[in-house]
Design a protein. Sequence first.
Length: 314
Amino acid sequence: MSQSASAQCQLGCTLITGGAGFIGAAFPSLLRNTTEVIAFDNLHPQIHATGNLLEALDSRATLVVGDVRSASDWNRLLSNFTPKIGVHLAAETGIGQSLTESTRYATVNVVGATQMLDGFRCSDVMPGGIVPTSSRAIYSEGAWQDTEVTSSYPGQRSFNLEAAIFQRQNLYGPGRSLISSYIGIMSVFCRMAMAGKTVSLYEDGIVRRDFMLIDDVTRAVVAAAYVSAVPDLPLNIGLGTVHTVPDAAQLISPDYSAPSPYVTEDYRLGDVRHLWVDNERAKVKLDWTPQHDPAYGIHRFANWTNEQPDVQPA
C-alpha cells in the first residue's frame, strides 16, 4: 500500500467490499467525484482461480486483501483509509452450495455486514453513505414449467428437516443475568429496587411490552419438540397480553420497599416503542397456553434475585 494512495483516500474515497468480484471489478469506472477507490476482497479461489477478474480491476482501484468477517482486517483497512462512500458487495452466492456450506454463507453474508458496521464504529470512521446489496434469491423459487407449459410452485428447498420457529417476547425469570443492562429490564429494575433506588422509566413511561416468565417458554419448547405436525409458519411465543413498563416496575418496588417509579423522559437508541404479540397460532398448533401472569412471575423472580450470592445492586 503506497503512502500516496493512503493520503489520497483521506480526501474521500469509495470503499467497495467484494471489490475484486464480478460487479466490484467493473464498478469503479462508473463512479464520479472520488479521488480513490478501495477494493476490499478476500480473493476467494472459487472466484479468482484464473486471475481474470483481477486483470479487469479498474486502474483507479487500490486492492486491499482481507476478509469482511475479520475485525482485525477491518481495523487494518480503516487505519489507512477513510471512505466517504461504502458499497457493500461482499457475499457468498449460489443457493445450492449454501445448503452444504451454511456456516460459511451465514458468516460472510450476515457477520460480514455487522463486522463492517462495528469496524466503522470502532475506528470512528463513518462514511457519508452506505449502499448494501442483496441477491435476487430473496424472492424465493418462483414458478416451474413442464413440457406442457404448465406452471407449478414447488415450495422451498429443504434438508428434509422440520423446524418449529419461535419468535419470543421479553423473557424474564430465575436464571436471568443480573449483570448486563442489556439482558432485560426486570433484572435492572430488581437491582435498582434492591439498592433502595427509585426505578427510572424511559420516554413518557408508558412503553408497552409482552413480559413472559421462563417457565411458559420452556413449556412451549417442549410442546414444539414433541408436536405431531410441525407448524409451517413462525409461532409467536408470548403472554399475548400487553403490559406497560411501569406495570412491571410497580410490581417490583413493593418487594423491596423501594420508592415508586418515576419518568425520566430519557431514551435508549434502538429501543422499540411498543411490542406485544398475538399468540393464538402457538396455542392452537402446540396445544399450549401461558400460565403465569406478571404479578406471579415478577414476585417469583424478585425472590430468586434476593437469594443470589454476590448480586450487586444497580
